[in-house]
Design a protein around this ligand. Structure first.
Ligand code: XLS
Ligand code: NI
Ligand code: NI
Length: 439
């Protein structure tokens, strides 16, 4: 068998925190038990196909810089097959249990829908074999409804129903591929489901069109035997100026408005939350509070720039905040932690893909342990409980159970007088977090 990663001769191993081997895990030990499950079961790490295997490093100011051996060749299907081989070699060597793809990442578009479908089917059949031989599973599949020029005005939100139909054809086959590969999730990220100018946009109708596509997907998936969940992945902008799936709260409103709550959950991406001027943990919490946190695209942005830099996650504070939320909701049943992240355009060696994932996996492994420790000690939940204790009794209880009225509350307030001046203790709580992080 060809080795696409000769610099990494064998599977990356756990060597412990003292190791100085850059190609080893210092914290991620797949079999290590935390709160009754292994790290592997908790974290459900996935590597993504697009950035790792199809990313070129091109940006608006310069062309490709990442020349990968598996992308060399003149026949697109040959390239697709060898890329798939490289991908499964990578998944196996880095030790992720899951992968994610767009239809167009894994197979080239043909000149007709029929040819496109044939290409996709061949690659999916091969992927199925690799999954069997390696034990790597599909976390989620999706359709790329944003790269082709026909989608310049949107896919399901396009003013032209024929474009909608092309998108529908793609969604259908991407669902088939996901079912065949036993993916537990299917993602809708609406890159161009939005607009740049309201002057030429019927926003009300475009949102209805989008909902129509999602309802069709639900109906089709049922017949196709899909047992997983659909996920919407919010993002406020880029490539569209105004995207309809702005953030978690907006998506929840949309799903409620169009009767989609039972079939959907959210896939929250760190860098998308920050683009929406939230924190990563804010959007995770919004989704989780609604029982709708299904999966996470783990990455990070750059605080100094306003675009989606999709860097690998290395910030332990953010990862701990995320894992606190994930552990409290008892994990991600249908989803996992997908590294929707790319190496920088000057990280030109294939081995950089390993360094990148090792960093992300170690960060979340450490975060898992820290978050578990904090939860066991009730380090933050006790102070939180104490802060809201007033709502567990008396008038506070009545407010929450819908038994209080404005006049009653007025009488109570008049009788009690001014409330106590109570500190929120933010700094003390931050020190508590640090205590666990510093160890
Ligand atoms: C882009 C999105 C995309 C989705 C899948 O910003 O994160 O990669 O995760 O379509
Ligand atoms: Ni992104
Ligand atoms: Ni993403």
């Amino acid at each position: 068998m060809t080795t696409w990663f000769p610099d990494v001769p064998r599977k990356i191993k756990y060597e412990g925190p003292a190791s100085d081997n850059p190609l080893a895990f210092r914290h991620y030990k797949a079999s290590k038990k935390v709160a009754g499950k292994t790290m592997e079961q908790h974290l459900k790490f996935a590597a993504c196909y697009w950035h790792n295997f199809k990313g070129t490093g091109a940006d608006p100011f310069g062309g490709p810089t990442l020349f990968r051996s598996w992308n060399e060749g003149s026949n697109p299907m040959d390239v697709a097959f060898q890329t798939l081989e490289a991908a499964f070699e990578f998944f196996t060597k880095i030790g992720v249990k899951y992968w994610c793809f767009h239809d167009r990442d894994i197979a080239p578009e043909g000149s007709t829908i029929r040819e496109t479908n044939k290409n996709l089917q061949q690659i999916v059949d091969r992927a199925e074999q690799y999954q069997k031989s390696t034990g790597v599973k599909l976390l989620w599949g999706t359709a790329n409804l944003f790269s082709h020029p026909r989608y310049m005005n949107g896919a399901s939100t396009n003013p032209d129903p024929l474009v909608f139909a092309h998108a529908a054809a793609q969604v259908r086959r991407a669902i088939d591929a996901t079912v065949q590969l036993k993916g537990t999730g299917y993602v809708f990220w609406g890159g161009r489901e939005g607009y740049t100018a309201l002057i030429n946009t019927d926003m009300k109708q475009e949102r209805e069109q989008f909902a129509a596509m999602l309802h069709m997907a639900i109906d089709y998936a049922k017949k196709a035997g899909f047992k997983g969940k659909f996920f919407i992945e919010p993002k406020p902008k880029e490539p569209s100026t105004h995207q309809y799936d702005f953030d978690a709260a907006t998506c929840l409103g949309f799903l409620r408005e169009f009767g989609l709550m039972d079939h959907f959950q959210l896939n929250i991406e760190a860098n998308h939350a920050t683009l929406a001027t939230h924190s990563f943990e804010h959007d995770l919490q919004v989704a989780s509070d609604a029982g709708m946190l299904g999966s996470i695209d783990v990455n990070r942005g750059d605080q100094t720039v306003g675009w989606d830099t999709d860097q690998f996650p290395t910030n332990l504070y953010d990862a701990v905040a995320a894992m606190l939320i994930v552990l409290k909701q008892k994990g991600l049943k249908f989803g996992g932690l997908n590294f929707d992240a790319k190496v920088r355009r000057n990280s030109v060696d294939a081995v950089d893909l390993f360094h990148a994932h090792i960093g992300g996996m170690d960060t979340f492994a450490r975060a898992l342990e820290i978050a578990d420790h904090m939860i066991r000690d009730k380090a933050l939940s006790n102070p939180l409980k104490e802060r809201y204790a007033g709502y567990t009794r008396g008038m506070g209880r009545k407010i929450l159970t819908g038994k209080a009225t404005l006049p009653q509350l007025e009488t109570w307030a008049a009788k009690q007088g001014e409330p106590e001046h109570r500190s929120g203790r933010q700094e003390m709580l931050e020190n508590i977090v640090n205590r666990y992080i510093f160890g």
